[in-house]
Design a protein around this ligand. Structure first.
Ligand code: FES
Ligand SMILES: [Fe+2]
Length: 417
């Protein structure tokens, strides 16, 4: 059979184009010891919402590792390897105690740092527990979200503080959690792909946010101190709407509320959703969100915790087929998108830049360096740029006056065609 050559097209050549190359070996696997897995392990990652750690522990799968998250009766949060160091029973059936988690099978107790605190079936005076450690990862709790660090202890970065965590008049609260049956990177590609907001969310699937999203924007993408942004500029009559969204490596992005009608000028708003795409493994991704909520919006906690329209697998297939949204587009790019089969255009520049950031980070870790995004200074706030702003273009008469003023002051005037 001919090898696949995308540059040599021919009608009806499906037979020749059936081969699917393997996914990118550097960007794809996330398990322990893999290039991307070791890269992602160098960052604090959300693993659970505090609201999900109540009476019982929570079994989670993060970066290909089976783990258990819990809160002991003393209020400490922990993340342990799932299988008990004694004889492997799952700690998802464990009992949180005053200090640590007690395995259901023979009652051994592990502290949040993995220390074995009790081996009750052993004779008095037994020192067996002193030699036993359960695998454990450090955790911290922030705004109702439990973060963990799964990397090497001597490379643990400070927890990054984005300026979007503090917005006057808003409260940062836990929001949605939803899982997609696909690789994390295609979930994140979407964050720097503003052209899809015009097509998927408006022109091709029906208006899912506002009609204003149906105007195909002018795009730009820029590197920032925190990562990168897309800038989508739409002209709606005499109004110009500029929407900016941030991506922060390795897997965070943030955006405004998708309710901009762009019918009147308004000052810049700030981020509302901050979202992490956390790989459960190579083929499953869980998004965790925090939301900056204004009490004037009248949203309940349950409202905020519900995934946005079309973000999760919560609609009947027939409806998703007629009105597909993010879940359908992202998870249908194959379970693991095959970059070698793509035909990237100019509107994919943000996707190319995002993947470059990730690949550079993977290579930095492979070379023994610290990847971009981990040089976090304790106490320093990281600036981000997410916003919606709408302004009116001056009427033509004013524009002419502006030009006259510029001419009078001798500055260069750029005139249109
Ligand atoms: S298997 Fe956990 S205490 Fe025995
Ligand atoms: Fe989207």
């Amino acid at each position: 059979m001919d090898s696949l050559d995308a540059t040599r097209g021919a009608p009806f050549d499906g037979y020749r184009r059936r081969d699917v190359p393997p996914p990118d070996p550097e960007l794809t696997p996330v398990g322990p010891g893999t290039p991307c897995g070791e890269y992602l392990r160098r960052f604090w990652q959300p693993v659970a919402f505090a609201r999900d750690l109540a009476e019982t522990p929570l079994r989670v799968r993060i970066l290909g590792e089976d783990l258990v998250a819990f809160r002991d009766r003393g209020g400490r949060t922990g993340l342990l390897h799932l299988h008990c160091a004694h004889r492997g029973a799952s700690l998802e059936y464990g009992i949180p105690v005053e200090r640590g988690l007690r395995c259901c099978y023979h009652g051994w107790v592990y502290a949040v740092d993995g220390r074995c605190l009790d081996t009750p079936g052993e004779p008095p005076g037994s020192r067996l527990g002193e030699r036993v450690w359960q695998g454990a990862y450090p955790t911290l709790e922030f705004a109702g979200l439990i973060f963990a660090y799964l990397g090497p202890s001597d490379r643990k970065p400070a927890f990054p503080r984005y300026d979007s965590y503090e917005i006057a008049g808003h409260t940062l609260i836990p929001a949605a959690k939803f899982t997609l049956p696909c690789h994390w990177l295609q979930v994140k590609d979407n964050s720097m792909d503003p052209v899809h907001t015009a097509f998927l969310h408006a022109l091709s699937s029906g208006y899912q946010f506002t009609e204003a999203f149906g105007a195909v924007p002018e795009f730009d993408w820029r590197m920032t101190e925190a990562g990168m942004v897309y800038i989508a500029t739409r002209r709606l009559g005499d109004l110009v709407w500029v929407r900016v969204c941030d991506f922060m490596p390795p897997n965070v992005h943030q955006f405004t509320r998708e309710i901009e009608e762009a019918t009147a000028p308004k000052p810049a708003s700030r981020p509302v959703i901050i979202r992490w795409a956390v790989p459960n493994d190579d083929t499953t991704t869980t998004n965790f969100e925090l939301a900056q909520v204004d009490s004037a919006w009248g949203l309940s906690e349950a409202d905020v915790a519900r995934p946005g329209f079309g973000q999760s697998d919560d609609r009947p297939y027939a409806e998703r087929q007629r009105h597909p949204a993010d879940f359908d587009a992202q998870s249908s790019q194959r379970t693991i998108a095959v970059h070698a089969l793509e035909h990237l255009g100019s509107a994919d520049r943000g996707v190319i830049m995002l993947r470059r950031i990730v690949r550079d980070g993977i290579r930095a870790v492979a070379e023994g360096k610290d990847p971009w995004g981990t040089d976090v200074e304790e106490g320093r706030t990281i600036r981000t740029f997410t916003q919606d702003v709408v302004f009116r273009i001056p009427p033509a008469a004013d524009a002419e006056a502006d030009r006259a003023l510029l001419r009078a002051t001798g500055r260069k005037v750029v005139t249109g065609p």
